[in-house]
Design a binder for this molecule. Structure first.
Ligand code: GLA
Length: 394
């Protein structure tokens, strides 16, 4: 993928800010998109997930204002969006600006003293690719507000976790997407060269060394460019099904179900659909633990097998895959990937594959050829490394 460097985007977003608002910004902050290595649709079930931060980031050039007005411009969208902080609601400002304004709404609601801002954003995170461009946007703005208002929330893991929770609220309430929280935690808490083991029940986090290049492999991301939207009903329907199953089983979340008790537990559910959803969640949480063990033991072949099992479970039990994701993952495996799986919410979006370093071009080419054969939109494949969390750039 041809891509602008961080320094180029910082220069571009600074120049765009000067053109729009007639003065230099107070600073530039950025936050990464993510891919989840494994642990899909577990976050809202109190489970485990294992994301890494991407090299692709969203940058925000920001100045503090003395009033409560928020003015927002995006290099990727037409026009300026404006809203007063007290007018921010699920209906206002709407569109991409809801992710910016929602952060201010959530911070103020939490009792933090925040005021208006002028904001210009620019991003190298592909949109609609299931790589959390929305969380990257929220977290870049949150980082800017923390610094500009002296909140100090970037200075500690606790502060970053609190920020992540507020960004989730912004997304749930103001942007109207009922997401679970993994994406914002990834963008604020992942470290370079590490995957973040996130326990969504306790809030505990652990950095797990993740350096495929050192082991002669690469993590290949393929954006299938198949339609994907979290605000459509499917994601919410999966979440509802899990919450309903938890009520039937008398547990707070599906995390409470031990893998050893799975068979007995499934027998207490009376719909096959509920059994499938629960089986995915319980086995997927276990696969996260197994993946962390395999990574620590340097057993990439086992990590690959776990990726494949995760994909099968998401396809067959959770039913959130799609033809493009199934073709991309199968083709990657057929061309030497150790394992491949969809990542993110599903219904389109991206997949990841662990590929021997020397076969990255071959796998990307084979997936592109398979897509052409099926008449799908051409995919976009690129190798990624685990990158840095939200920070100030300039
Ligand atoms: C989306 C949501 C996350 C998570 C994943 C599935 O990315 O934003 O909270 O639920 O789907 O694992």
């Amino acid at each position: 993928m041809s891509e602008r460097s961080g320094a180029e985007v910082v220069a571009a977003v600074t120049a765009a800010f000067e053109r729009t608002f007639g003065a230099a910004p107070d600073g530039v902050w950025s936050a990464p998109g993510r891919v989840n290595l494994i642990g899909e649709h577990t976050d809202y079930n109190g489970g485990l997930c294992l994301p890494i931060a991407l090299p692709q980031r969203t940058f925000a050039a920001v100045s503090r204002r003395d009033d409560d007005l928020v003015r927002m411009v995006s290099a990727q969208q037409e026009g300026t969006s404006e809203v007063e902080i007290d007018d921010i609601s699920p209906d206002r400002p709407g569109g991409w600006a809801a992710y910016v304004a929602g952060v201010l709404w959530a911070l103020r609601r939490d009792g933090l003293e925040v005021g208006g801002l002028d904001v210009v954003v620019d991003s190298t995170v592909p949109f609609g690719a299931g790589l959390s461009s929305s969380a990257a946007l929220e977290c870049a703005v949150a980082a800017a507000v923390s610094d500009l208002h002296g909140l100090g929330l970037l200075d500690s893991a606790e502060g970053r976790a609190r920020f992540a929770a507020l960004c989730v609220e912004a997304e749930n309430v103001i942007a109207g997407a009922p997401t679970g929280g993994m994406d914002q935690s990834a963008s604020l808490l992942c470290d370079e060269a590490a995957a973040l083991l996130l326990d969504c029940r306790s809030g505990d986090t652990e950095q797990v060394p993740f350096d495929l290049a050192g082991a002669g492999h690469a993590l290949l991301v393929t954006d299938t460019r198949a339609e994907h939207a979290l605000v459509d009903g499917q994601y919410a329907a999966r979440r509802d099904a899990c919450e309903q199953a938890a009520r039937v089983l008398g547990v707070e979340t599906l995390r409470e179900i031990a893998p050893a008790d799975l068979d007995g537990t499934l027998g207490r559910l009376d719909s096959e659909e509920q059994r499938q959803r629960v089986r995915h969640v319980v086995t997927e949480i276990e696969r996260v633990t197994l993946t962390v063990g395999a990574l620590r033991a340097g057993d990439l072949a086992e990590v690959g097998r776990l990726f494949d099992a995760s994909h099968a479970s998401l396809r067959d039990d959770y039913e959130v895959s799609c033809d493009e994701l199934d073709v991309a993952t199968a083709t990657a495996r057929a061309h030497g990937a150790l394992g491949a799986r969809m990542t993110g919410g599903g219904f389109g979006g991206s997949c990841i594959a662990i590929v021997p370093a020397g076969r990255v071009e071959e796998v990307a080419g084979a997936v592109a050829a398979a897509f052409e054969e099926h008449g799908y939109t051409p995919p976009v494949s690129f190798a990624v490394v685990a990158s840095a969390p939200a920070h100030r750039d300039a």
